[in-house]
Ligand binder design. Structure first.
Ligand SMILES: NC(=O)c1ccc[n+]([C@@H]2O[C@H](COP(=O)([O-])OP(=O)(O)OC[C@H]3O[C@@H](n4cnc5c(N)ncnc54)[C@H](O)[C@@H]3O)[C@@H](O)[C@H]2O)c1
Length: 600
């Protein structure tokens, strides 16, 4: 590197760091002010040794012992297969009993003030900020993700969500004025957002903390109670998270049954879907999403389906590689690729393809993988679900058999502590006939394909059954936006990966990624009944009175009168409106005759 380059690099690095420090200081100040402005209770929550310590010594998990009973869920650390304990697999009637308790709690909570709801959320936020490390450790233990990934995916996004709800949520749930239209100009119209009652949430295992607190915070802020069915593959952590929630409810005087956590298998999930909820948020695979929708039809329960994804990252030839590579790596390998909005397809323009592949391969080969709590820092953790590493490998093997090349990783591993791992993998020369092109991987595989023209990049992106997130890296803003607007996806990040940190935005997909939205204004309002209300604007001056000609029994000219009314209000020109007035007056003058009263 020559001297001018070095100086430019250092300046850029220095300015960049300064900007980030400035932004971080401002954010901390704002967050501090918002959170600690008032007397917010400090929670005391019991923490067990397994929750507090890195290294724990206990029994090893034996997969075959699971068959002993379907009444219990065996919980283990996927990074070292250490048994953590057994939790109850609730029956359908136990789940329904939880829903009934939540229903009672919802009745009193719906009358709560926004001040009370904010206090509850701020109390939770305060606890999270003070106990980030324990929360991350518990998530790492249960899901196998490294501490840093937990800090990003569990803590950071949850804090952003709560902060957004506290700052902006009330504004979006206050009655909203609407126009009353042409004919009802003398009315005021509004939409009121009333709680739906009991919200149900069925969530997956990939972010055990965020998947609980994400639906919870929005549901209670909207005045509902919530019953959350956690995944059978990340059940253990719900004990600790449940204690945080109970402590927060008690400290803020909220009903103790406002939040219920349900542990169990599909039977418990199905019982929740059919228990008469106000709304169900299902987050999981497309296959189970279909079953959930079918079951919800029985009780006409409205559902939000947040399903699988296969997010593309389009890298144009003018993209800044210094920015793209680190962001791409995190998009692909964060939480070992077990993200719904994970970077599953890198679509890279031919001019920068070679450089992109070289750089991502170099970094991937340097990644350290292992037990998240094994004593040394790791970049990639374990696969949470049993058998997941083998499923990922089957997709890689299929691709290789059809001509793809593995440049890094590409194998199942057990790690130093005997956990479930799949090595971070780079796969190139992928073609559209390979399973990995269209099936969700949900694992650490960075798939790269080449494109020549923007049309081709769009076609490749849209050639997919899923449509959750999408991402475009391109320095030319006009070109980036032109590409972005053509992508079939629920979300697009331009020169970044995922829109999720903007919690004012709705989150959700199209096609097999599901429908409806959680998060953002739309998601928050989606947990409410939007009730339309009209009333007279000037009741002392004007109200809706039926003109005698159209009162029952109607007059001879009733139809002509109504036609005149329609023409008067909706004719496209003032001449037309005048014609309408004339028709209306003529009907009034000549056609008010009504049938005579019947003789008794
Ligand atoms: N779009 C999103 O926001 C989002 C977020 C995270 C994960 N996901 C998706 O989740 C999937 C991975 O999670 P998973 O393996 O836990 O998904 P999954 O569909 O197997 O399970 C999700 C939840 O559904 C429950 N369940 C299973 N069968 C059921 C039934 N018949 N009725 C009711 N509930 C039932 C499970 O117990 C679990 O709690 C991936 O496809 C991923 O893309 C989507």
């Amino acid at each position: 590197m020559n001297l001018p380059d070095l100086i430019a690099g250092l300046t850029e690095c220095y300015l960049c760091s300064l900007a980030w420090i400035g932004i971080a200081a401002l954010a901390t100040y704002l967050l501090w002010n918002t959170v600690f402005g008032e007397g917010i209770p400090v929670l005391t929550v019991e923490v067990t040794e397994a929750e507090a310590q890195d290294v724990i010594k206990g029994k090893a998990y034996e997969p075959n012992s699971k068959a002993a009973s379907n009444k219990e869920i065996p919980c283990y650390d996927p990074g070292n297969m250490q048994l953590l304990g057994h939790l109850p697999a609730m029956t359908a009637s136990e789940v329904r009993a939880r829903v009934e308790r939540a229903r009672v709690a919802a009745k009193s909570w719906k009358g709560s003030s926004f001040k009370q709801r904010k206090l509850l959320l701020k109390t939770i936020l305060r606890y999270i900020i003070d106990h980030q490390e324990t929360i991350c450790r518990v998530s790492a233990r249960d899901s196998g993700k490294p501490m840093l990934d937990a800090a990003f995916g569990e803590v950071l996004v949850t804090c952003e969500k709560i902060s957004w709800l506290v700052k902006e949520g009330e504004r979006h749930l206050r009655p909203e004025k609407r126009s009353a239209g042409s004919m009802l100009f003398y009315k005021s119209a509004r939409v009121e957002y009333h709680p739906v009652g009991v919200v149900g949430a069925i969530v997956p295992w990939n972010y055990p903390f965020h998947n609980v607190f994400n639906p919870l915070t929005a549901a209670v802020f909207a005045g509902n109670s919530i019953v959350i069915k956690v995944s059978e593959h990340a059940t253990w952590s719900s004990l600790y998270y449940g204690r945080i929630i109970s402590a927060a409810l008690e400290a803020t005087g909220a009903p103790k049954d406002l939040v219920q956590i349900v542990t169990g298998y599909a039977e418990a999930g199905n019982a929740l879907v059919t228990s008469g909820l106000g709304k169900l948020i299902f987050v999981g695979s497309t296959g189970v999403g279909r079953k959930v929708m079918q079951a919800a039809a029985q009780t006409l329960t409205p559902v939000v389906l947040e399903l699988g994804g296969k997010d593309p990252v389009i890298v144009c030839d003018d993209a800044d590689m210094k920015q793209v590579i680190p962001v791409a790596m995190r998009g692909a390998f964060m939480s070992c690729g077990q993200n719904c909005a994970g970077a599953e397809r890198f679509i890279v323009q031919s001019r920068v393809y070679g450089e992109f592949v070289k750089q991502v391969t170099e970094v991937t080969q340097r990644l350290r993988q292992g037990h998240a709590l094994g004593g040394s820092i790791v970049d990639c953790g374990a696969m949470c679900m049993p058998g997941a590493a083998e499923q990922v490998h089957a997709l890689v093997t299929d691709a290789v058999s059809k001509g793809a090349k593995v440049l890094a990783g590409g194998k199942v591993a057990s790690g130093a502590h005997g956990g479930q791992f799949y090595a971070p993998t780079v796969l190139v020369d992928v073609t559209l006939n390979m399973r990995i092109w269209s099936e969700e991987v949900f694992g650490p595989v960075l798939v790269v394909v080449k494109f020549e023209t923007d049309d081709e990049a769009v076609e490749l992106t849209n050639d997919c059954p899923f449509g959750l997130g999408s991402n475009v890296f391109c320095r030319n803003r006009r070109r980036a936006n032109a590409i972005a607007s053509r992508l079939e996806a629920g979300m697009t990040a331009i020169n970044d990966f995922t829109t999720y940190m903007c919690q004012s935005l709705p989150f959700g997909g199209v096609k097999e990624s599901g429908f409806d939205r959680f998060a953002g204004v739309e998601g928050l309002r989606g947990l409410c009944i939007p009730k339309s209300v009209t009333e007279d604007r000037w009741p002392w001056l004007m109200r809706t009175d039926m003109p005698p000609i159209i009162q029952y029994p109607v007059g001879d000219g009733a139809f002509s009168f109504t036609c005149g009314l329609v023409t008067m209000f909706y004719a496209p020109s003032w001449r037309g409106s005048l014609r309408g007035v004339a028709t209306l007056l003529s009907a009034l003058m000549t056609g008010s005759k009504k049938p005579a009263k019947k003789q008794q």
